[in-house]
Design a protein around this ligand. Sequence first.
Ligand SMILES: [Zn+2]
Length: 310
Amino acid sequence: MSDRTVLITNDVETTSIVNHRLDDGTARYVVEQGLPRLLDLYASHGVRATFFFTGRIARLYPDAVRRVHSLGHEVGSHGLTHEVDKAFDTMPRAMQLDHLVQSKHLLEDIVGSDVVAFRAPALRVDKGFAAVLKEAGFLIDSSVASQRLDMFFSFGSLGKLNWLRSPRHAYLTSSADIYRRGTDGVFEVPVSAFAFPYIGTFMRIAPLLNRTTRRLLHLEAMATGRQFVFLTHPNEFIDEPRDGNAIDRRAKSWLAYLMGDLLRHALKVRNLGAQALPLLEHELAFFDGYGYKYHTCSDLYNQYLNTHAQ
Ligand SMILES: [Zn+2]
């Protein structure tokens, strides 16, 4: 692909960043504040984006899913639930399949058309996941962050070591190994990283480092035609009040609590809400300035099929 391509991807969920928990009350901020802010911004930059909805938020606010779809964006699945004890990499196969099929049908019933793209909550999948995705009827996955090196700050970090070996360009996976090229798996759209991830969280907590990461990715895109895949969340663009409770402890050991919960939380609330908007606008202005074209995951897959026909 010679075109400069960027995918803006959005995970739509009930996670409260300030209060560090899943919260249906947060969903209202997401739908009434975060999502409209992003949709307006995208409209003003001609962005067609992909939105991965959890089943939880789609059930609470089906009209929000329909609105995203009616504006020409792609609707994808972000699983049924974002609960940390129901991560896909810890589920038995039958449960993975059940969650995938349920979330797909739920979204398809809402939008009235096929839903073929998937992203796992917290990017937690296992090696054989492509086969399950395929069985559930998904064609596209975006749960791999090739050569992203901050995995030790997140959950499921051992499985994420596979990111070291996964391809950088979008690729057709093997059904036996989602981290490897093959012929019988799904189309993988890796989230951009150049050691540091190219995501909304990082854009907010380390704007200068994010700029460097983006410039390196831009050089790579020009040299190799690799696509940009930015990952953000509408819940990063909400001004939700902090309720003053202590940070939930999810980790088992005190070290994991310190690194995984407390430290992460202190960083993750930087530039939240309205302050995040000009930062994202800056990213889009960069892409506009360099003549990048905005595509959805399905657009990219269709281009891939066209160029690999016969
Ligand atoms: Zn998520």
